[in-house]
Design a protein. Sequence first.
Lengths: 455, 452
Amino acid sequence: MALLRPIFNADMFYQNNVRGSIRVNYAAARHRFMIMAATVASNPGPVPVPVQDPNSVSITAATDTAGGASQQDAHGSEDAGPKVPPQHQRVKLSDFALVRTLGTGTFARVCLVRPAVGSDENKEQVFALKILRKTEVIKLKQIDHVRDERRILSDVAGHPFITRLITTFSDYDSLYMLLDYIPGGELFSYLRRHRRFPEEWAQFYAAEIVLVLEFLHEQQGGVAYRDLKPENLLLDGQGHVKLVDFGFAKRLGSKGDRPVETYTLCGTPEYLAPEVIQNKGHTTAVDWWALGILIYEFLTGYPPFWHQNPIEIYKQIIEKPVLFPQEPPISPNAQHIIRSFCTVDRSRRLGNISGGSQQVKSHPFFHGIDWQALYRRQIRPPIQPNVRHPADAQCFDVYPEDDGKRDPYTESMNSTLLERDGQSILQKTTTVIEGHCVEDMVFSRFSGLDYDGHT
Amino acid sequence: MFSPNTYQKEIENLDSLIRLKKPIDILQFCADHFHRRLAEERIAYRISQALQSHSQLAMTGTTFTSPFAANSNPFGSDGAKLQTQTGQLLNVVEEDETDAVTSPTTGSFGNGIFRGPFGGGDASLDGPPSSVRTPPNPDSYPAQYNFGRRTSVSAESLKPVADVNDNWSPPSYPKSAEQLERLQKAIEGNFLFSHLDDEQTAQILGALQEKPIPAKDIKVVTQGDAGDYFYVVEKGSFDVYVNESGALQPGPGGLGAKVGSVQAGGSFGELALMYNAPRAATVVSAESACTLWALDRVTFRRILMESTFARRRLYEKFLEEVPLLSSLTPYERSKIADALETQKYPAGTAIIKQGDIGQSFYLVESGEADAFKDGQTESVKHYQKGDFFGELALLNDAPRAASVVSASEIKVATLGKSAFARLLGPVEGIMRRTRYVGVVSGVEDMDPLHAS
């Protein structure tokens, strides 16, 4: 979960793209909230105090700048009036209590949360809540990515190896994505701890990822994920892969019925495909390149192209072949599949060539994989995360909690958000003199920043 | 020296772990545990030694060897990746997590994760750079690899003009032929420009904007600031400073150490053409009356995008016209368009020769060509923009039935048989999809080059 990127604009999301499955899932979650609310209403005992790290600022208090209400107040008012019929009740931040931060990024933070009110049993239910600051999203010009993330995550819900989006909502200065909590932690952590993986492990994780890519590219009609790396792969309680952070995922556009390549440079330096660096227009083929880098990193503990200076990484990616170290020895099959993925010429790149993912699956590196059983999660994962209970977060690294400091999101930003198309603002930014803050202009770019929490 | 207390502590620690984990293979578990403890202890020791010697060295004025490789270009976003050794030591001390991984093969490594204070996804775009982690085993790991979480990067999202009904055209600033030549030379070796075609290069050169720097000591870029521009030095020279804190600091010495200078013909800030990363150095004019050429990222990326986009659409349109490929889905055509390579020939070049085994087919992007048979001077077919020839090479190995000679300077997009087959499988299979009647004769009609 390295860079936790943005999401938002619930309006568009719900109008266009929410699938039945999400509605159903969300309905279930909402039902739980209603039960909790009802419990509290009928039993006016002590209001449960939200779980809170004494050193941290509560997420409600931190974001509720408009009302200045404390988290307690927010709960109080909610408890007083759970009269809204369930289908109209919106999820809001004060429905949750922060347990701890699971990861942080430039403009997002993912927190483990639990229902703020309700019985102990209800409180056992935990979620991952991704919180995006509107100000940062706008500043970093990530609006399109944020919108795509939500839309695509809702489209792909239900795949066994992709994180599930439950709902999204927003408030004055933030956008929220409520996600399933995946307790096993980042594959990144396990990889660094083990230094490198034996080939059978690499084969297992790579195989589950192949199923994800096959699904995104071929069954979802051309969704490029664009940020494959160990940091974005979590392990669930059983040790199966969950792909998270769809902040750069992109449904390839189409002109008529023709798919159109995409041009925005994004990803992680070590994992960028050459065509992305050279701005040649890229497609789902970038994910196969990244899978080659990933398998290499699984087997050696580091990626094939790296340098302190990103520019040097990019030069290597474009100019150098993948070389393998003497130690540890990498099997010929593994070397072959890595080189086949990391092929600059896209007409030769495995996964992108005739046969697509079928060709990948029949590569000797994956010999012995029962792909059906794998999809049904019947293959035993090599690592069993040590998860003691569903809300256990010990597999995640510890992050400092939110200090609440941030640039305020102001009405002036909101009111000038009427210019929807990105081009005008991009042109304006070109006139900005080096080093000057471009905020004024950037803020004028958006409308509809409200991520209204209805479903 | 022997310390019963230490022993007791280790045993208790192990005992509680075993009760907690209830491992099946007790011996393996104990072996792993102590192996890990040993590694942790040794690393902590090594680091504390390094710290001591570091401070001693600093006191005696001996140069401390940088943990970083010599870095030729200060404009990566890495200039500030330094983290104090103290930070690492603290991290190691924190490092006593039990091994959450219960694997029979965990074995000999597993020093635990080294957590940096910035251990999470750091802000690449404006935040502090990732921490540098000590590799778990320096002996067999790349010495300077940063084992921290890697931050994602992203440029502004761009959409081609055709998609947004905008009338964008690249800015163009007049330049003398000499200036253009100098600029061309300054960027030609750069990997961000070296793959561009002539039109793209011309547009890029045109878009470079002159920026006079009248006085000495003007900061052109400031370490830690957002980077939007790439610069080529036309005249004068510039000094490059790196402050180890990662950003320019106020006060004297805030620039940091001078790490180099850039002279006329040199360039700096190329990373800004990819995405907005914080500047890794401060660049200051070293004399008065300097001149720079500046190019911003959005203009650069748009020029490349627009031309690539237009060419891709052109290819796809051409491909639709090729009867042999009429059964391709738009997706497949797009893949072929992806793999097409542009080639240019001067007038009078024999692009294909009668009797040769055909390997590639050609689409005429611009210019004209003629087909000649059997050495006759009379052209049997004339080709111009949008026409294609040699597509039968995709189908079989028959010799070319005619020669094709460029009538003017010509630009063609070409694709080899093998590339086609790799992408879509054999053409025969593609053709079998359609309910053509008389496929073979149909194909023969399409191409006068086919030997009859």
